[in-house]
Write a protein that binds this ligand. Structure first.
Ligand code: SF4
Length: 727
């Protein structure tokens, strides 16, 4: 496999051209990417009314490989009917995530009952009748609803409304397994759970921390912003146990100089232990205070509990900090000096921070550091949880959560003159436990791959297998359709965002709402998510209730409802006439006015977690490759990590020698939850004592215990042992 020493670049251009040719040709791909639809992949955001490949700053071309991969997947032809004749469940389970994704588009409803050895196509009328019967046969609180962050605000809103009017709050979304700790942590600091900055703020800062993530693979357009920070003489501090090619050097394809010569990204690359973030962040805070570089006035006027936080870091010994973080004092001090010299700092992070049992405290430790120097509440500075799916923040905003925010709750009851269920809804992990215990009988999954996103993959398959029924609304096949089956399983094919017959809306990680125009359907068969949900609600709840579901088949009517009940979405009411996309009010913090009872932000004492491992153990994190997005695998290889296959364990060279192993030797990897055999040993620039494997496959090893506050499993902190396999 050809080794690249920079991210993006010519390799990205060649890959994009090849993918476009495979998907129908460069012109077809260009036309598809230029339509007025929000990008289907990550929440960095582009497209919409400003035109495809244009961002909210009206910059063009703004596109990346991830966007092209997702578009190519939707441009596939239909899965031929004989595919399901040839591939019963045994065969389907042997297919890789990539082979399932590349089988083609789902175009006909599929059904499998308790006696079936595989899926069989059924007609839509039959499928809808079966769905209605599933609702009628099981009490509402034994149903749960899971929504992926790719669905539209409109589909998410009516699904949560339908579920609650049906009688349950068991409504959750994919962020429970990704950024929930950011929402919970940030809300406890300044009363709002989203980024405090605009996209434009990345053009005004002089320092960016990139913590616990690899945006070079998962949010490539952020790399241009980081390149420009460096070009402005600014700094980029990367904190990650793994040295990621694209975070060291990235060649921005749309910038000639960068394309030809590459661009240095990280000015300081810090490799802590997995789980060493709190110790490291407390160490930087300690040094800032020692240097007197903290903003006393800001802390006095705008922050609560600085004294407790100050005393905490003062009491921490440098020995404890360096031992728990795995980072030398000299480097911590260097990072602190870089931070002390900054006037406008942005802290960004992804799941390397949230996928821990102390994930919420990780987020608070980042917020503490930002508050320490007054880096929240002014332009060019602030906090940026780098969100995954393109509308994961939107579906949270429109109410796809087990516990609705008070304002939304009351507004819904007032608008429809109803009393919503009072019983507390179950989050994703709680739904899985309830499925296993038999307390839950039926599941509805709008997009995504609920099975694949779960920890303890074998347990997840068993739990879903305990359900009477599960219904998937999907565009393509994934491992959930093969391993996440109930006694009755239905798959309903849905349209992609740019095939919707009516406009939809999405919210970016910067709280910017886009209007996607939709477009021509590519294939006969799939239906719009809203059409299916509104149709089912009408059949199950009737039209004489508080909601006229026939009206809800019109997206503009749904937008009127969202505008009326969701704080900050008021402008949605007129977007169908004005086509004016907007920034959600009350989210961006360019002044130190916080949405808390005291109006001040709150610091938190974050204890360093006890994470010791034995000598024959390693701490494992599950990662995504450059060839995938979330659980969707587009390519088997991982270009930036130089891996030609996915059944590998990436280890530090010293650990490979310490365990007496050889490169490519096969081992069995075990955790308290599961084991994986035939895994190839690979040397990688990862912190000694830490290891990495690709998810969702490695979720077999991940336990189901969760961060008590965010309810997110610790996908990035699993204790493992290795056993050499006979040669
Ligand atoms: S960075 Fe994200 S939003 Fe931008 S083009 Fe790539 S996948 Fe789409």
């Amino acid at each position: 496999m050809r080794k690249v020493n920079t991210g993006g670049g010519w390799a990205a251009i060649v890959y994009t051209l090849r993918t476009a040719r495979r998907a129908g040709g460069f012109r077809a791909m260009w036309r598809a990417l230029r339509t007025k639809n929000a990008c289907k992949t990550c929440a960095f955001g582009m497209g919409g009314q400003r035109g495809g490949m244009v961002d909210e700053r009206r910059s063009f071309p703004e596109v990346c490989k991830k966007s092209v991969q997702a578009m190519a997947a939707d441009m596939q032809g239909p899965i031929p009917p004989e595919f399901f004749e040839r591939n019963g469940f045994d065969a389907l389970r042997r297919l890789t995530p990539r082979e399932l994704e590349h089988a083609g588009r789902l175009v006909q409803p599929l059904y499998a009952g308790p006696q079936d050895a595989g899926y069989r196509p059924i007609e839509w009328d039959d499928a809808i009748e079966r769905c209605v019967a599933l609702f009628r046969k099981t009490p509402p609180n034994q149903h749960f609803f899971y929504v992926s962050g790719r669905s539209s605000n409109e589909a998410g809103f009516i699904l949560q409304l339908f579920a609650r009017l049906f009688g349950t709050n068991n409504v959750n979304n994919c962020s429970y397994y990704c950024h929930q700790a950011s929402g919970v942590g940030l809300s406890s600091v300044f009363g709002s759970g989203t980024a405090t900055i605009l996209r434009e703020d990345l053009d005004r800062c002089d320092l960016v921390f990139v913590i616990g993530g690899n945006p070079a693979s998962n949010h490539p357009r952020l790399m241009r912003a980081l390149m420009e920070v460096r070009r402005r003489g600014g700094e980029v501090v990367v904190i990650n146990p793994m040295v990621e090619t694209g975070l060291v050097n990235f060649s921005v394809p749309s910038d000639a100089r960068s394309l030809l010569f590459g661009s240095a990204i990280a000015s300081e690359y810090v490799q802590p232990h997995i789980g060493g973030d709190i110790a490291l962040l407390c160490g930087i805070a300690k040094r800032i205070e020692e240097l007197g570089a903290h903003d006393e006035a800001f802390l006095h006027h705008c922050v609560e509990d600085w004294d407790a936080m100050r005393d905490h870091v003062r009491a921490l010994s440098w020995e404890r900090i360096t031992e728990a973080s795995g980072v030398k004092r000299g480097q911590i001090e260097r990072v602190a000096e870089i931070y002390a010299a900054s006037e406008r700092t942005i802290f960004s992070w992804t799941m390397g921070i949230t996928h821990h049992r102390h994930g919420t405290d990780n987020v608070r430790a980042i917020a503490n550091l930002a508050l320490l120097r007054g880096m929240i509440g002014k332009p060019g500075a602030g906090l940026l949880p780098i969100r995954g799916h393109s509308n994961v923040q939107g579906i949270g905003s429109v109410g796809v959560t087990p516990a609705l925010k008070k304002a939304l709750y009351e507004a819904l009851e007032k608008r429809y003159g109803i009393e919503l269920p009072r019983e507390e809804g179950l989050d994703s992990m709680a739904c899985m436990h309830a499925a296993k215990s038999g307390a839950m009988r039926s599941a509805w999954c709008l997009g995504g791959n609920f099975y694949g996103a779960n920890p303890d993959a074998r347990g997840a398959s068993e739990a879903i297998g305990c359900l009477d029924s599960i219904v998937y609304l999907s565009t393509t096949l994934n491992t959930g359709h093969a391993h996440g089956r109930a006694k009755e399983t239905l798959i309903l094919p849905v349209l992609a965002r740019d095939e919707e017959p009516q406009p939809t809306t999405q919210e970016s990680m910067f709280s910017f709402v886009r209007l996607s125009e939709g477009g021509e359907r590519r294939l006969d068969g799939p239906r719009s998510e809203v059409e299916i949900i509104a149709g089912l609600a009408r059949r199950v709840l009737g039209d004489d209730g508080p909601v006229d579901w026939s009206l809800m088949e019109q997206h503009k009517n749904i937008r009127q409802a969202i505008a009326a009940v969701v704080p900050g979405y008021e402008k949605l009411a007129r977007i169908d006439e004005t086509r004016a996309e907007f920034q959600i009010g009350g989210r961006t913090l360019h002044r130190p006015a916080f949405n808390t009872p005291t109006g001040k932000a709150r610091m938190h004492v974050t204890q360093i977690p006890e994470l010791e491992i034995a000598n024959d153990e390693l701490r494992l994190m599950t990662v995504r490759s450059e060839g995938q997005f979330n659980t969707v695998v587009y390519e088997e290889h991982d270009l930036y990590r130089h891996q030609d296959r996915r059944d590998v364990i990436l280890m530090n060279e010293a650990d490979v020698h310490r365990f007496g192993l050889a490169v490519n030797e096969r081992v069995t990897v075990r955790s308290a939850t599961g084991e994986m055999s035939g895994i190839h040993v690979r040397v990688f620039r990862i912190r000694a004592g830490s290891a990495a494997m690709y998810g969702p496959e490695a979720n077999v090893l991940v336990p189901t215990d969760v961060d008590p506050e965010s309810r997110t499993p610790a996908f990035k902190s699993v204790t493992i042992t290795l056993e050499r396999e006979p040669r």
